[in-house]
Design a protein around this ligand. Structure first.
Ligand code: KIV
Ligand code: ZN
Length: 521
């Protein structure tokens, strides 16, 4: 690789997935890993195999698919962790073990209770062990940005001597600022004799809103790998956003003189996939992938745009995979147009999935005049969950009144084809309907979170509901869509209840479906 090439190390499935509310099932992780490979990231950090059996299985499953990018797993500096990563990643043609240990005084004294020399010894031992298993070993001194510079240089130098091939510098708590991080990277460049033997990497968190700026400062000062996540999801305020860092390097190529191998036209579809799967919706004004990122409202801007797009546009929407027209479809749109739009939105559906989605599209087009991209995405994202029983929603009736409890009557169809009807009262229509669902399915849940999002625009837009519920000490997330928001909530809740019932019946989520750990969030 040329010295101008920035490697993109995506940690959506590890640091991103670790964030509350962002957990994914095995099949969701596989979809994200495939999308990341189509985006052409260089490395996929697929998980932390020692964290749980589910994490181990998902890293292994991703490695077995051999999507193309290097598959990496995270390990503490222990033999057990390192062996687990090796077992999980070894089937990928290209694989990496990533070991880390904290180095800052705060972590040394309060978390690890280890002296400086002990930490170096532990890192060196772990790197050597990992190098006996694989050729590609990354080392991270956690909380590097708050570590004494001279000690950090000592640790980095020892890591390189022990055989690390990439050394990553994390700003674990999102504390640094660009000018300071620039100094840190230049200091390492000047004080670590063997620094040119490895790829220097950067890993930033966004606690002060500077993860992207700090990562760019680091590459400007010599880093050649950026660790980042789709939509910037991650612990607390999140990680460096992949799409922002990549588009900054591309759009300001004359400043950075650097490039990435990313197919930027896949940025928007990948961002939508991750937000649809995690239920973490990007703000409208989010750079690069937000709904308003390329919308020009002010008259003076629109006038300028009509004269010449470059007056107010520094990137073309097409470059990030956003088509200029949010093409409106309706009940007269045919299968061919639908299939084309689905492909333009970045989905690859087989014949069966296309037919199923087209039928849903036709049903929706009967209910609402205009069907937008968001509606089509919602149909596709919900297809899997909607088709997995044992229960299917047949009908829902709700009654609300300002000073009386709401009532809901629900009819479900079971696997045997029989109907079951239950009704209940509640503080509102959602509470009443959920209670009726509990009675009908026999699954008692505790609702932890209910999020409603509009899938497209207009009064008849579909409501997309994501629920997080607790059952038997475990957390589950479900998603449902409908032009009726109470129905969307019921579909989301029923999706979770069905998953719980399948687990009970099969001892897992069902034949060919994720194991219990993977099915939970
Ligand atoms: O933020 C951090 O320090 C990390 C390391 C494990 C790389 O995620
Ligand atoms: Zn991190």
């Amino acid at each position: 690789m040329s010295d101008k090439q920035i490697r993109i190390f995506d940690t959506t499935l590890r640091d991103g997935e670790q964030a509350p509310g962002c957990s994914m099932t095995l099949s969701e992780k596989l979809r994200v890993a495939k999308a990341l490979s189509e985006l052409k990231v260089d490395v996929i950090e697929a998980g932390f195999p020692a964290a749980s059996p589910g994490d181990f299985e998902s890293v292994k499953a991703i490695a077995e698919r051999n999507f193309g990018p290097i598959i990496c797993g995270l390990a503490r500096c222990t033999a057990g962790d390192i062996e687990k990563v090796y077992e999980a990643v070894k089937s990928a043609d290209r694989h990496r073990i990533h070991v880390f240990v904290a180095t800052s005084a705060i972590h040394r004294e309060h978390k690890l209770k280890m002296a400086k020399e002990e930490i170096i010894k532990s890192a060196v031992g772990a790197i050597k062990m990992a190098r006996e298993l694989v050729d590609d070993v990354e080392f991270s001194p956690e909380d590097a940005s708050r570590t004494e510079l001279s000690y950090l240089a000592e640790v980095v130098s020892a890591a390189i001597e022990a055989g690390a091939t990439t050394v990553n510098i994390p700003d674990t708590v999102g504390y640094t600022v660009p000018a300071e991080f620039d100094r840190l990277f230049r200091y390492l460049g000047e004080h670590v004799a063997n620094i040119d033997d490895i790829i220097l990497s950067v890993h930033c968190h966004d606690d002060l809103g500077m993860a992207v700026a700090n990562s760019l400062a680091a590459v400007n000062a010599g880093a050649r790998q950026i660790e980042c996540t789709i939509n910037g999801i991650g612990e607390r305020a999140g990680n460096c956003s992949l799409e922002e860092a990549v588009m900054a390097i591309k759009t300001r190529a004359e400043f950075f003189g650097l490039e990435t191998g990313i197919d930027t036209t896949r940025l928007y579809p990948t961002s939508r996939l991750v937000s649809n799967i995690t239920g973490m919706h990007t703000p409208r004004n989010k750079a690069i992938v937000g709904e308003n990122a390329f919308a020009h409202e002010a008259g003076i801007h629109q006038h300028g745009m009509l004269q010449h797009a470059s007056t107010y546009e520094i990137m073309r929407p097409e470059d990030v995979g956003l088509s200029r027209s949010n093409l409106v479809m309706g009940k007269h749109s045919g299968r061919h147009a639908f299939r084309n739009r689905v492909a333009e939105l970045g989905f690859e559906l087989d014949e069966f999935e296309t037919n199923r989605a087209f039928q849903e599209f036709k049903k929706l087009a009967d209910k609402k005049k205009d069907v937008y991209d968001g509606d089509i995405e919602a149909i596709i994202m919900n297809a899997d969950s909607a088709s997995s029983g044992p229960w299917t929603l047949k009908s829902l009736e709700v009654q609300t009144h300002t000073d009386q409890p709401a009532t809901a009557a629900i009819t479900l169809i079971g696997e045997d084809g029989d109907d079951k009807t239950e009704s209940a009262h509640g503080d509102g229509p959602v509470a009443a309907a959920f209670l009726a669902l509990e009675q009908a399915t026999g699954v008692q849940i505790t609702l932890k979170n209910f999020e409603l999002h509009s899938a497209s625009i207009g009064e008849d837009a579909q409501g997309e509901v994501t629920v997080t519920v607790e059952y038997d000490g475990e957390s589950y997330r479900g998603r449902g869509t409908s032009v009726d928001i109470v129905e969307a909530g019921c579909r989301a809740c029923l999706e979770v209840m069905n998953r719980i019932l399948r687990r009970k019946q099969y001892g897992s989520s069902g034949p060919g479906r994720p194991t219990p750990e993977q099915a939970t969030i």
